[in-house]
Design a protein around this ligand. Structure first.
Ligand SMILES: [Zn+2]
Length: 227
């Protein structure tokens, strides 16, 4: 309970959000001053992305979704403490995806923390046609087979022809959709009931689409546009 005239935690947070972004890093300042104009530039130049506001600035059409919520209860001297653990996926549905986890006593703050972490974890996803059964040449699938592993879960993504859809579990489907992949075959090993590991293995597989590229390729690569 707050005394009259005193601001609640929510109000204080809202006030903070309204305040203009004051960058704390060199890259943040460059973004705010307009010297970095696209998110591609951050990745092409291998610059550190340490402020979520950089992503807000460069990808204003970013969307997010809570993919898992767990209520964690703990007994302490003061009694039972309930905390929310939330997993959030972010993406522009067009080649950029991020995943983050957040924990707090209030659901809203857990979501905010997870969202912040997801933005800091955003990565470009290399897309392609990739399937010899399909010769459309459009960027609708993964360009080649990629793998990702988190905890006991391993996800393998294979290029699929146009019209296949996302042949994957529900959690993986959300991550793939946020990345802008519309056709893929997936194979999963391990305990996929753990949503976080399932989502993270999918995210890591997508991140690996750029792992097999040598630095020399960077100049020639067509990165996803900000649209
Ligand atoms: Zn195709």
């Amino acid at each position: 309970m707050s005394a009259p005239g005193e601001r609640t935690e929510e109000e204080a947070t809202a006030a903070l959000e309204e305040r203009e972004w004051q960058p704390r890093t060199r890259v943040g300042r460059m973004v705010k001053e307009g010297r970095i104009k696209s998110i591609d530039e951050i990745f092409r130049r291998n610059l550190p992305l340490l402020e979520p506001e950089i992503v807000d600035y460069l990808l204003p059409d970013l969307k997010h979704e809570v993919i898992d919520t767990t209520i964690v209860q703990k007994m302490t001297d003061a009694g039972r403490i309930t905390r929310f653990r939330v997993v959030v996926v972010v993406g522009n549905m067009d080649g950029y995806v991020g995943l983050g986890k957040g924990k707090a006593r209030q659901y809203r703050f857990a979501v905010e923390k997870a969202l912040r972490n997801a933005k800091l974890n955003i990565v470009p996803v290399r897309r392609g046609c990739g399937s010899w059964e399909c010769t459309c040449g459009e960027a609708h699938s993964v360009p080649f087979t990629v793998r990702g592993k988190s905890g006991s879960v391993e996800v393998i993504l294979k290029p699929a022809p146009k019209g296949t859809g996302l042949v994957a579990g529900d959690v993986a489907k959300v991550v793939l959709r946020y990345a802008g992949i519309s056709d893929v075959w997936s194979f999963t090993k391990g305990e996929t009931r753990t949503s976080y590991n399932f989502a993270r293995a999918t995210y890591l597989a997508l991140r690996n689409t750029y792992r097999f590229v040598t630095p020399m390729d960077w100049g020639r690569l067509v990165l996803p546009r900000r649209s």
